[in-house]
Write a protein that binds this ligand. Structure first.
Ligand SMILES: O=C(O)CCC(=O)C(=O)O
Ligand SMILES: [Fe+2]
Length: 285
């Protein structure tokens, strides 16, 4: 791919690229954004370094990717409900996103993209890993592809919803991240999705599974657990993974439709604080 306005450098064989030549604090021309978006679809997650932006500027940039999703049971920042502060302090033991997952998979219309902007980073550790679900699908044998084609997963997000309806001193969620809020009545936090998902824009197929996946629809419990464990292990082979080391001012935007991600919890006693915006997605097919 040839870029006229930006420079794009992959950071690993699996996925992920760093974008150079963009100042997110300034208005971004349509042609420049067009190239960023193309690079994003190709590399699945793009990174920008040394950005100095205000919450207003981050919100403005996020709106270019689609409608901003307001989290139903995690409170946004007091002045900016669009932004969740993902924060871990010296004392916190819980790390938000510390499992392989794709955002809001429990929802009938899970997030399209997630944008994370680093405000404070530990002196070491706190990287985020991304696993390429196109590669994981492509690496399957024709027999497995055929078998997986018609499988639906059942995905549940109840843990978070439950945590958000009470707040005790012992709650491991407390203080460790954005604060829970009461979800609207009747909020749907479980959904069936295809195990093999077609990306609505690239039209490529990828495996679609994450921590929210509880069982495969229509399978016996033993069968379902066996297959899910196998798929989880397969999806996170080192060859499918890239790892991003954050510095203050780093920004990442990832595509939840074709990646899983994992926040590494290896910096006890240190602080890490991120500003997170999620972009609304469609019903997976
Ligand atoms: O903090 C991170 O590196 C990622 C956390 C996460 O899973 C998310 O923001 O969706
Ligand atoms: Fe996440």
């Amino acid at each position: 791919m040839v870029y006229k306005h930006i420079e794009v450098k992959p950071i690993a064989g699996a996925c992920g690229a760093e974008v150079f030549g963009v100042d997110l604090a300034k208005p971004i021309k349509r042609a420049v954004f067009g190239e960023i978006y193309k690079a994003w679809l190709k590399h699945q997650v793009v990174f920008f370094r040394d950005q100095k932006i205000t919450p207003e500027q981050q919100i403005k940039f996020a709106k270019k990717w689609g409608g901003i999703h307001i989290h139903p049971f995690v409170k946004g920042m007091a002045k900016y409900p669009e932004i969740l502060e993902v924060k871990k302090t010296e004392k916190d033991t819980y790390t938000f996103g510390n499992r392989w997952h794709t955002d809001q998979m429990f929802s009938p219309t899970p997030a399209k993209a997630t944008m994370l902007y680093a405000k404070e980073t530990p002196s070491f550790g706190g990287d985020t890993q991304f696993a390429n679900m196109y590669l994981a699908y492509e690496a399957l044998s024709p027999g497995m592809k055929k078998m997986f084609k018609s499988i639906k997963t059942f995905n549940v997000g109840d843990g978070n919803k439950r945590r958000s309806t009470y707040s005790s001193r012992n709650d491991r969620y407390k203080g460790a991240s954005a604060q829970p809020k009461k979800p609207p009545k009747g909020l749907k936090t479980n959904s069936e999705h295809p195990l093999v998902r077609t990306h609505p824009e690239t039209k490529k197929k990828g495996l679609y599974i994450g921590v929210h996946t509880q069982n495969l629809v229509g399978f016996e419990r033993e069968e379902s657990e066996f297959l899910i464990n196998m798929i989880r292990e397969h999806c996170t082979k080192p060859e499918f993974i890239t790892r991003f080391g954050w510095k203050k001012g780093s920004m990442a935007i990832w595509d939840n439709r074709c990646l899983q991600h994992y926040a590494i919890s290896d910096y006890p006693g240190q602080r890490r604080r991120m500003h997170r915006i999620t972009i609304k997605g469609d019903k997976p097919f």
